[in-house]
Design a binder for this molecule. Structure first.
Ligand SMILES: [Zn+2]
Length: 55
């Protein structure tokens, strides 16, 4: 089945993945990287490694 990660803030599908299970799709509520960074960097420490920061 397919998992769709839907942002609770902007309603965009920001990620999807295939998992084992019956045919179909399921929604996973969450926050996309954009909204996470807008709401606060400390909420998503793992993302900081994906985007280098230049001070
Ligand atoms: Zn969002």
């Amino acid at each position: 089945m397919k998992l769709y990660y839907i942002c609770d803030c902007c309603r965009e599908i920001y990620h999807n993945e295939d998992v084992e299970g019956p045919e179909g799709a399921a929604e996973v509520r969450g926050l996309c990287p954009d909204c996470q960074s807008e709401l606060g960097q400390e909420a998503a420490p793992a993302l900081s490694s994906m985007r280098p920061f230049y001070h």
